[in-house]
Design a protein around this ligand. Structure first.
Ligand SMILES: Nc1ncnc2c1ncn2[C@@H]1O[C@H](COP(=O)(O)OP(=O)(O)OP(=O)(O)O)[C@@H](O)[C@H]1O
Length: 244
């Protein structure tokens, strides 16, 4: 029996009231790969993530996380997903270790302090920050704590919503390296972004959302690698540095 793909969406239609946002969306993300999802403002990128998390309900089509329909079994689907919203929500008055411990306890997946500090180290958080409260942490440091929790949960799916917006180039490169390492452990990563250059650096394929569906999906490496200037010219998204 073949295993269900981590993320599988087929001909999905989703509307908020009379406003149809997704209109025949088809997208699959295999294990051990990163897909970047680009598109203009309001194209439906975050809505796609919300549908995978079971927070937005589709009207028709298929959506599955490791074979689980998040519309019908949201709790089961969320157990397979680590989700990083644009601004990661953590507890300011708890330390990095305490945050990881508490979040793991909430999902019923508690682990030892040694396992937590190993994961924080793997996520690139310096050891002097492990026992500091999060109040003074930068966005990049918070993401490292959240990624460490994702590593510890060993979930097959990682969803990222504009993870590098507001990060400087060094922190963006660090984050992309970390996401690549997560991918190399076999995780399927779907990353919503406006940054075409960053997507080109880290993703295996890039999907452009337009009119509620994937207007174009292209490999980000190999001989058929896309022409970044042609894509920028066509979709006018991200890569402001190219337009300069
Ligand atoms: N909960 C909601 N109720 C009603 N309309 C919504 C809701 N969430 C999103 N929308 C609308 O659905 C459309 C798609 O929004 P979505 O946030 O998915 O787009 P996006 O591609 O992520 O955009 P951006 O790049 O601006 O973040 C927008 O027109 C938005 O106003």
């Amino acid at each position: 029996m073949t295993e269900a793909p981590p993320i599988h969406i087929d001909a999905l239609t989703l509307a908020y009231g009379t406003h149809r946002v997704l209109d025949g969306l088809t997208l699959s993300v295999p294990a051990g790969s990163i897909t970047a999802l680009l598109g203009g403002n309001g194209a439906g990128k975050s809505t796609t993530l919300a549908a995978l998390l079971g927070f937005a309900k589709a009207q028709s089509g298929t959506i599955a996380v490791c074979g689980v329909d998040p519309g019908r079994q949201p709790d089961l689907a969320r157990k397979r997903i680590a989700y990083l919203p644009e601004n990661v929500a953590l507890y300011e008055h708890l330390t990095a270790v305490e945050n990881a411990d508490y979040l793991l306890a909430l999902s019923g997946e508690r682990q030892s302090k040694a396992a937590i500090t190993d994961a924080l180290a793997a996520a690139g958080l310096q050891d002097r920050a492990w026992d500091q409260r999060l109040g003074g942490f930068s966005k990049g440091m918070r993401q490292k704590v959240a990624i460490a929790v994702a590593l510890l949960r060993q979930v097959p799916v990682l969803l990222l919503d504009e993870p590098t917006s507001g990060l400087d180039p060094r922190a963006t490169a660090d984050f992309n390296a970390l996401v690549s390492a997560v991918r190399d452990r076999g995780t399927a990563v779907l990353m919503v972004t406006h940054d075409l250059l960053s997507a080109a650096d880290v993703a295996d394929s890039i999907a452009f959302l337009e009119g509620g569906r994937v207007a174009e999906a292209v490999p980000a490496s190999g001989p058929d690698r896309f022409d970044i200037r042609a894509l920028h010219a066509r979709f006018q998204v991200g890569a402001d540095r190219l337009a300069a």
